[in-house]
Design a protein around this ligand. Structure first.
Ligand code: 5GP
Ligand code: ZN
Length: 134
């Protein structure tokens, strides 16, 4: 019998390999395998410009860990989610939109318009936002 820790290693290695195989675009950006305009990074997350911006400021805050959506968030990732929000607020300050206002969006699954299944926060601002969003 293989020890549990060893099995876990094989499982996560397999999962990571599968992600690569199916080409998660945000994992590729985080691994510098795909170019992007990176604005910030730390050990837990990476921030880059959205390739198809929907506002004058539109950046994506992306955890390095591959979590497909908020639905797959585990209790052990709660601190990571808090960190992502703090980084989003930091980016709003960096972009000078903290005073005028900004919106943080997490699209989850098809009807919300999620197209990349690697959890990410959109930080958008620099124009007047409508409510409710379409
Ligand atoms: P979602 O629709 O999943 O909430 O958001 C995905 C976002 O990722 C979209 O706003 C889209 O423009 C952006 N995006 C998709 N592919 C790439 C890419 O290869 N590079 C960058 N920088 N952004 C991407
Ligand atoms: Zn990924």
């Amino acid at each position: 019998m293989l020890p549990f820790a060893f099995k876990k290693l094989i499982y996560y290695g397999y999962k990571k390999g599968m992600m690569r195989m199916f080409g998660c675009v945000f994992c590729q950006i985080a691994a510098r395998e795909k170019p992007s305009t990176i604005l910030y990074e730390d050990e837990q997350c990476i921030v880059f410009q959205d390739v198809n911006p929907k506002a004058p400021v539109h950046v994506l805050v992306v955890p390095r860990k591959h979590i497909p959506s908020l639905n797959e968030n585990m209790p052990q990732d709660n601190a990571l989610l808090g960190h992502l929000l703090a980084v989003a607020a930091h980016m709003a300050k960096e972009k000078g939109i903290e005073g005028t206002g900004y919106r943080i969006v997490i699209n989850t699954n098809a009807e919300a318009g999620q197209t990349v299944f690697h959890l990410h926060l959109h930080v958008m601002g620099g124009r007047i936002m409508r409510w409710p969003p379409g």
